[in-house]
Design a protein around this ligand. Sequence first.
Ligand SMILES: Nc1ncnc2c1ncn2[C@@H]1O[C@H](COP(=O)(O)OP(=O)(O)O)[C@@H](O)[C@H]1O
Ligand SMILES: [Mg+2]
Length: 360
Amino acid sequence: MYLNRLRIERLRCLQNVDLVPDPALNLLIGGNGAGKTSVLEALHCLSNGRSFRSGGQENLIARGAESFTVFGELTAADGLGHSLGFERQRSGWRGRLDGNDVLTLGEFARSLSVICFEPQSHELISGAGEGRRRLLDLALFHVEPSYLQSWRRFQRALKQRNAALRDRAYARNAEVWELPLAESGETLSAMRSDWCLALEPLIQRSLAQLLPELGEAALRWRRGWDAEQPLQQALAESRERDRELGYTVRGPQRGDLRIEFSEGGGRYELSRGQQKLAALALLLASASAMQGKGGVSPIIALDDLPSELDQEKQAACLRWCTELNAQLWVTGTQMPVGLSEWPRSHAQFHVEQGRVTALL
Ligand SMILES: Nc1ncnc2c1ncn2[C@@H]1O[C@H](COP(=O)(O)OP(=O)(O)O)[C@@H](O)[C@H]1O
Ligand SMILES: [Mg+2]
C-alpha cells in the first residue's frame, strides 16, 4: 500500500502542498518549524481523521482559514487505486472515499493505515491506556472486516448506557443496554485478544533488536473485566456502583496491553529513551502483524528520525521497514545517517516556510 499523490491545503503553515511521493521512501528535510511534521500530520489525518499530536484538532487549521483539506491517491495491496479526501472545519469534519461520503472515521482506517513514530511516541508506553487501545483498534479496523461494525455497536450501546446511568428519570434504561453492550463487547474483545497473541512474538523480536538490555519481553493483555466472567454478568453486578459514578466501569473500554520485561521492571522504571524504543518496537510489531494478517504493510512515518534515534537504532528500524516493504516517510533537519545504505528508490523533498519542493 502506498500513496502516489498527497495534496494539503491550509493545514498549519502548509497553504498549498502537492507531492508525488516515491512508493518506497520519502525524505522531508528542512529546518525547525519549516512544516515537516505538519506533512506527517496531514498523512495521519487521511488514515485516522486526526493528528497524532495532542491538542485540539481545530489547531491544525491554518490561522485565518476556516478549514483544512487533505487529499490522497492510494495504490492498495491489490494494485487498485483509491482516492481519499478529508476536510476539517472548526465545527466538524467531512470525508470522501472513492467519491462517496465517509460516515465514520473508522472507514478511513479500513482503506489506509499509517503508523507514526514521533517525538511524543513514548506516551504510548508511559501514558494512559487510550493510546494503546487506539493503536489496536486502528489495526483491527484495517485487517478485520467485521471489527468496525462491532466497534460501532459497542460504542453506541456504551454511550446509551452511560447516558441512562446519569439520568435518574430513565435509570432503568441502563439495564436495557447491557445485552447489546455485552454481545458487541465480547466480540470486540475476543478479536483484540487474538490480535495480541499474534503481536507477542513480533514485539519480542523487535524489542530484542531495539532494547536487548531489558531481557525477555512479555505482552500482557487485560480485557477490562474479570477474566472468568461473562461481560453481561459483570455489567449487572456493577450496575449500582456505575450509577453512583455515572459511567460504565467494566468492559472493553478499559482493555489495555502492557509490555513487561524480565530485566527492566514495569513501564514506570523505563527511562524516557527506553520508553521511546519500546514504543517504536510496539509500532513496528503492529505493522508486521498487519502485514501478516492482510498481506500488506501499513505506511510508516518516522518524524525527526535523526534526533530521536542513534545511528545503530536508526539502522535497525530501517532494516525492519525494508523487510516490511512499507512506504516510508522520514523527516529530519538533516539526512539521517542510518539511511546511507538504503537499498531501494527514494524521493527527497526540501521543506521551508510551509513550502515543499521535490529535489531532482
Ligand atoms: N494553525 C496554524 N496556522 C499557521 N501556522 C501554524 C499553525 N500551527 C502551527 N503553525 C506553524 O507551523 C509550523 C509547524 O511546523 P512543524 O510542522 O511543526 O515544523 P517542523 O516539523 O518542520 O519543525 C510552525 O512554524 C508553527 O508556528
Ligand atoms: Mg517537527
